[in-house]
Write a protein that binds this ligand. Structure first.
Ligand code: IMP
Length: 180
């Protein structure tokens, strides 16, 4: 595949993970989820905005009966340093005794997922697992069991396939890595 570079705001990015690889990895995740969730009717909670493409491509490939809801998180002042999720917005479903699968674009420090897991636990779901498109294990600051990871990456800033740099880049079908 021909490498491409793009400019978003003041930064340059080059192609890193192509759409074909993304879809192949998502297909493998969907197969695992199908095996693990037979007769469990999972409820997927896709965390907006970043997970919209991942959620769509994953759910097209999951064949067990399931439901999906799209949530947003509001946080205390500086979630990046506290990890405190104040509110889960858009969750109208009753999750008590449900099997929940959180869908995330990327797990970096793990603050977001850690905070969300704490919030969801208050509502007594039967189980909660996390499925993420990308994970940066070097950056993780919490003991998190992330069961479904499509791809691990080093500590590089990436955009595309739902991920943004200050609002731009979410529409890109491949994932790009920052070069400068
Ligand atoms: P956390 O550090 O695991 O809480 O990640 C928080 C959020 O930061 C993710 O859901 C993404 O929206 C964003 N994020 C982390 N790393 C990147 C990246 O490399 N590119 C774009 N967004 C990122």
């Amino acid at each position: 595949m021909e490498p491409r570079t793009i400019r978003l705001h003041d930064c340059e990015f080059s192609t890193y993970i192509f759409e074909e690889e993304i879809i192949a990895r998502i297909t493998m995740l969907a197969e695992k989820i199908d095996t693990d969730y037979q007769h469990k009717k999972p409820l997927f909670l896709a965390v907006l905005n970043g997970s919209f493409m991942f959620a769509a491509d994953l759910l097209k490939r999951v064949s067990v009966p399931c439901e999906i809801a799209f949530i947003r998180l509001s946080s205390y002042q500086d979630m990046n340093s506290t990890g405190k999720v104040k509110e889960v917005l858009g969750l109208t479903e009753n999750i008590e005794d449900r099997h929940i699968v959180i869908l995330e674009d990327i797990v970096d420090t793990g603050h977001t997922v850690h905070g969300l897991l704490q919030k969801l636990a208050e509502q007594k779901p039967a189980s909660v697992e996390v499925a993420t498109l990308l994970m940066k294990p070097e950056c993780l600051q919490h003991e998190l069991a992330v069961k479904y990871v499509a791809r691990t990456i080093p500590n590089d800033f990436v955009v595309g396939y739902g991920l943004d740099y200050n609002g731009l880049g979410r529409n890109l079908r491949d994932i790009y890595k920052i070069v400068s």
